[in-house]
Design a protein around this ligand. Structure first.
Ligand code: IPE
Ligand code: IPE
Ligand code: MG
Length: 234
């Protein structure tokens, strides 16, 4: 691969299209989600190979609670299973795992496993892997506002750095590149705050098929972008 002159420090992926991938193959949506979970491990490996320091994966939005019960239950069971079976692998790969999103709507069992996984991997330094689960960008901002109001800070203290500390995603760096699979070109309430100057890359490829070649394409595309942050062109 052509050497990358500019690598995104933080990639955030909207892992979309599991359902459509499955239906196309005559499988159930659940089988699509299972294939989607398996693909996470491959993509994490590719991200390590490419030297990506921060990877956030959107796995469940707060709007996804509107899906039918059996699909929700299955997605939660996959999260539960992954927390049991895969944390050791991430630990061995020197990956720090974090959950980003609302903790309190998840079962006590899952909340405890998240805590355990975060503690278990907290000293790892090669990559930060953020599992974005039960997250909505508007809710994140509203929840931050509520926490701040409770604290009654001096109004002059409130600037962007101050505000960010109250966000679920507060400790993450700004997003450089958002990748969305399966052809949709929308944010679906993902990182509203952290994506303020993110570059977008959308592909028709559905999440279970998003492989190393596709990841390379996204990185090469990112390399051609000119990020100006509102300044004049040179
Ligand atoms: C993404 O796949 C996974 C989640 C949103 C949980 P979808 O389930 O949205 O798949 P499509 O978009 O219906 O194909
Ligand atoms: C976005 O996908 C959320 C995740 C990938 C977790 P959706 O499938 O829920 O988004 P919409 O409904 O197509 O916007
Ligand atoms: Mg979808």
């Amino acid at each position: 691969m052509t050497p990358l002159k500019d690598k995104p420090n933080h990639i955030a992926i909207i892992m979309d299209g599991n359902g459509r991938w499955a239906i196309e193959k005559g499988l159930s949506r659940k089988e699509g989600h299972y294939a989607g979970l398996k693909n996470i491990y491959s993509v994490v490996n590719h991200a390590l190979t490419f030297g990506i320091k921060n990877l956030s994966l959107f796995a469940f939005s707060n709007e996804n609670w509107q899906r039918n019960n059996s699909e929700i239950k299955y997605l939660l069971s996959l999260m539960d299973q992954a927390l049991d079976e895969d944390i050791q692998r991430f630990k061995n790969q020197n990956i720090r795992v974090r959950h980003i999103g609302r903790p309190d709507r998840l079962s006590k069992n899952i909340q405890e496993k998240i805590q355990k996984a975060e503690n278990f991997t907290k000293d790892n330094t090669k990559m930060n892997l953020n599992i974005v689960f039960d997250f909505g960008g508007r809710e994140e901002i509203l929840d931050a506002v509520k926490k701040i109001i409770k604290e009654k800070p001096d109004i002059d203290e409130i600037n962007q750095e101050f505000f960010e500390e109250y966000l679920y995603s507060g400790q993450l760096p700004n997003v450089d590149l958002i990748i969305r699979t399966s052809g949709e070109m929308r944010l679906s309430n993902f990182f509203l705050w952290k994506s303020h100057y993110a570059e977008f890359y959308c592909t028709e490829v559905k999440w279970p098929d998003f492989n190393e070649t596709e990841m390379k394409k996204a990185l090469l595309d990112y390399n051609e972008r000119h990020r100006r942050y509102g300044k004049t062109t040179h």
